[in-house]
Design a binder for this molecule. Structure first.
Ligand SMILES: Cc1ncc(COP(=O)(O)O)c(C=O)c1O
Length: 480
């Protein structure tokens, strides 16, 4: 079986994931030693600085993305397709800060627009500015489901306010999500996060009661989704169904088109709001994100990451005018008002950076180029995996790329009657090691990925994809 999959082929990726879990390949002992030695000798300053940071920062590393094996890399410069560390090493950036920098690192027109704004309004005024409307208009242009848009500071805030608005608007309490999906780190949305039926496993510090109005369904299980709606009727009804449109954080577990369509119908049937979490997919799966890709009009869309062009305070919520009326400070609306705040939200720099990024994506025709390059590159990587007989599931959804050598992220949030899946948790430690060693090997060869199974490419990455391909080949040659 080839390693290449269409990024929306749920069944193919699912079957391959099981095969990967049972018959994986690992780095050879020799290669592992060579790569560990790279970090010890070529990244000594990074190691020392992360070690020293532990006295001041919990664990020495603040962000999960930076928590790489065998230790975090101290990044001192980012430009175009590259990242540079404190030891003078250069890496191709397939991490892209987890997705926001769609045009590349330190993209000049965005940086210049932000500096220009800083030189005029300064960093913050607290007053209204025209740039807020410019950004809102751009979002409305590309997201027909958005009648009104409000800027926030993060994707997590977007999730918090989305479910609060849904409850206020519908007068119902129950929220349905998809097993395993991530919607930020707000208390209730930690329910059933990461792996199947985990319920409160990742909600440490969150009282159980807080999760009482949450439930989840298995991905792509339309019957179960309707069942949850029916059960919730007895509890006063469902306020919202919230979904990551391309599945577990974001894309390891593809959600099929029919599920999207049925979800829309069921939300209408049961008077619930459909919330798309487009924190990752907005301006990634094309200008119109997942909404355009699946041809669905959600009631609310959560934004984050790319919405501020890679600048801080990146969050937003948009949707139907009547629902968005819940947030209005002044304009009349039919329903209840809900509390929303954020000292730094809609600040001049984030808004102008987001606006400029969207204009630049339009001007450069970025998405057509990204799609063509991502599709081609993913196939090339899959061909390489086949050449080296490395078992892998390799697929992409536009410029989100997946190089899965262990299937675990997919399988832990899915259920079927297969005993492989029932037993997969016992195989987790080995799979996790495989993932982090893959990322380590790529980094030692000069390329940084997110976690070890997912990557993003930017417009600036396209010219260096041949260089990236050589790096993947050097790593694949080291598996046995
Ligand atoms: C699908 C999804 N939703 C929400 C969030 C939370 O966004 P933020 O990190 O800006 O709080 C993330 C972050 O990675 C995400 O991937």
């Amino acid at each position: 079986m080839s390693s290449y999959f269409d990024g929306f082929d749920f069944k193919g990726i699912h079957e391959k994931s099981k095969e990967l879990l049972l018959n994986p390949k690992n780095l050879t002992d020799e290669a592992r030693a060579k790569y560990l030695n790279y970090f010890e000798t070529k990244c000594a300053k990074s190691k020392a600085s992360v070690e020293a940071a532990k006295d001041h920062i919990p664990g020495g590393i603040q962000h999960n993305l930076a928590n790489s094996y065998p230790f975090g890399i101290n990044c001192v410069k980012a430009e175009g397709p590259y990242l540079y560390d404190i030891d003078g090493n250069r890496y191709i950036d397939f991490l892209q800060a987890g997705g926001p920098t769609i045009l590349g690192n330190n993209y000049r027109p965005i940086t210049d627009a932000a500096i220009n704004m800083l030189n005029t309004t300064g960093n913050l005024t607290g007053l209204y500015g025209e740039f807020e409307v410019d950004l809102a208009k751009k979002i409305k242009q590309h997201y027909p489901a958005v009648d009104l848009f409000r800027m926030l500071a993060s994707g997590t805030e977007a999730g918090m306010i989305a479910i609060r608005m849904a409850r206020a608007f519908t007068g119902k309490s129950e929220i349905i999500k998809i097993n395993g999906c991530y919607h930020g780190w707000a208390d209730q949305l930690l329910y059933d996060m990461r792996s199947v039926d985990s319920r409160n496993m990742f909600a440490i510090g969150v009282p159980d009661d807080c999760l009482n109005h949450m439930c989840s369904v298995y991905p792509n299980d339309i019957e179960e989704l309707e069942q949850r709606f029916i059960e919730n009727e007895e509890k006063g009804g469902t306020a919202a169904f919230i979904m990551e449109p391309i599945g577990q954080d974001s894309g390891a577990l593809p959600i099929v088109k029919e599920f999207h369509q049925k979800a829309r119908e069921l939300c209408d049937k049961y008077g619930a709001l459909l919330i798309y979490d487009e924190v990752v997919t907005a301006f990634r799966l094309g200008m119109g994100g997942a909404s355009a890709y699946f041809g669905i009009k959600p009631d609310l869309i959560m934004f984050g990451k790319a919405i501020a062009g890679g600048f801080p305070a990146a969050g937003g919520i948009g949707g139907r005018a009547d629902v968005m009326g819940c947030l209005s400070a002044g304009i009349a609306s039919s329903g209840a008002k809900v509390m929303v705040g954020g000292t730094l939200s809609a600040n001049p720099v984030s808004c102008i950076a987001g606006y400029t990024a969207i204009c630049e994506m339009e001007k450069t025709n970025a998405h057509a180029k990204l799609k063509e390059a991502s599709d081609r590159f993913t196939r090339q990587i899959a061909d390489l995996a086949d050449k080296y007989k490395l078992p892998a599931a390799i697929f992409n959804q536009h410029s989100i790329l997946h190089f899965d050598l262990c299937g675990i992220q997919h399988l832990t949030s899915h259920r079927d009657d297969d005993e492989i899946i029932e037993n997969c948790f016992g195989l987790l430690p080995g799979a996790n090691t495989r993932m982090k060693e893959f990322a380590m090997a790529l980094a030692a060869e000069g390329l940084i990925v997110a976690g070890g199974n997912k990557a993003f490419i930017s417009l600036a990455t396209i010219p260096v994809l041949d260089e990236a391909l050589e790096i993947f080949e050097r790593v694949f040659a080291n598996y046995a």
